[in-house]
Design a protein around this ligand. Structure first.
Ligand code: IMP
Length: 176
């Protein structure tokens, strides 16, 4: 694999500050209630672990595995479930945590899937949103940053399973 030429798009500090704000807003949204926070694997694990530490509520952690890119840089449109949550969601306050919403196909799929389980309330948060998502039907309750239509890696996001461990978001200059 040709190594990516990376340039920082969103710094560690910028992410930290934004995640803190999102945590406060989500705490306010569900004030006094317990929530089930669902981490969408693999991409959102880093955002998720920082975000839940900024949420001042009782949080039950669940993990939902989906794969849509299959190693490419554009969504295949086909969402494959690789891991399901372990407890029923009926009557629960659910927070779905995504890394990035691009075409919106994955988010739309996940929302349909989770709503079918009859949660009391379902709210969604994604660290990043690309403009294409704005044109799709999918609605998002909270997001960290809107970015240009560029392929990004780091802070959980990968290119061919690499670069997830970068503590910041970088754009790949030799891919876009
Ligand atoms: P969507 O279904 O097109 O919205 O794509 C959503 C999923 O594709 C995300 O959860 C990511 O895993 C992946 N994805 C979308 N854009 C990027 C990117 O720029 N870098 C890395 N992964 C991405």
């Amino acid at each position: 694999m040709v190594p990516l030429k990376l340039s920082t798009m969103i710094s560690e500090q910028q992410i930290k500050e934004r995640v803190k704000t999102l945590g406060k807003q989500i705490t306010e949204e569900f004030k006094g209630e317990d929530i089930v926070a669902i981490c969408t694997l693999k991409g959102s694990y880093m955002f998720y672990s920082d975000l839940i530490r900024e949420i001042d509520l009782n949080v039950v952690c669940e993990f939902f595995g989906v794969s849509s890119y299959h190693g490419k840089t554009e969504s295949s449109g086909e969402v494959k479930v690789t891991l399901d949550v372990t407890h029923p969601l009926e009557g629960k306050n659910v927070l779905l945590v995504e890394d990035i919403v691009d075409s919106g196909l994955t988010m739309a799929y996940l929302k349909t899937c989770l709503l079918a389980r009859k949660p009391k309330k379902l709210k969604t948060v994604s660290l990043l949103v690309k403009p294409a998502a704005m044109k799709s039907d999918v609605s998002l309750d909270y997001h960290g940053f809107t970015i240009d239509n560029e392929f990004v890696v780091g802070y959980g996001l990968d290119y061919q399973e690499l670069y997830r461990n970068l503590p910041y978001i970088a754009k790949a200059d030799n891919l876009n």
